[in-house]
Design a protein around this ligand. Sequence first.
Ligand SMILES: [Zn+2]
Length: 114
Amino acid sequence: MTIDLDQARIALQEERARLVHQLEELGATETGELRSDLDFGGGFADAGAVTAERTEVLGLVKTLIQRLEEVDAALGQIDDGTYGTCATCGAEISPARLEARPASIHCIECKSKT
Ligand SMILES: [Zn+2]
């Protein structure tokens, strides 16, 4: 079974658009910056709740940015012809794994070490 690169690229671009959209909804840019005009005060009476909300949003943003970086790395691998191989050890990543998660750039073994 060979990997369909066109299919993978489409899946990755769709995931990228979805992640960017989620970031926008959180009020963050692609680089993880929160919009300065973002209002965390709405509906919260005390500053502690505002801080907690902000921390939660920043955590979500961080997760989304990490996934975005993986997607970009996988797209880069498609471009330089290394897609489907582990970015750490060079081992082949199983097509089933790539199909389930197109942004996989590490084999299961390396992934479990991080
Ligand atoms: Zn590996």
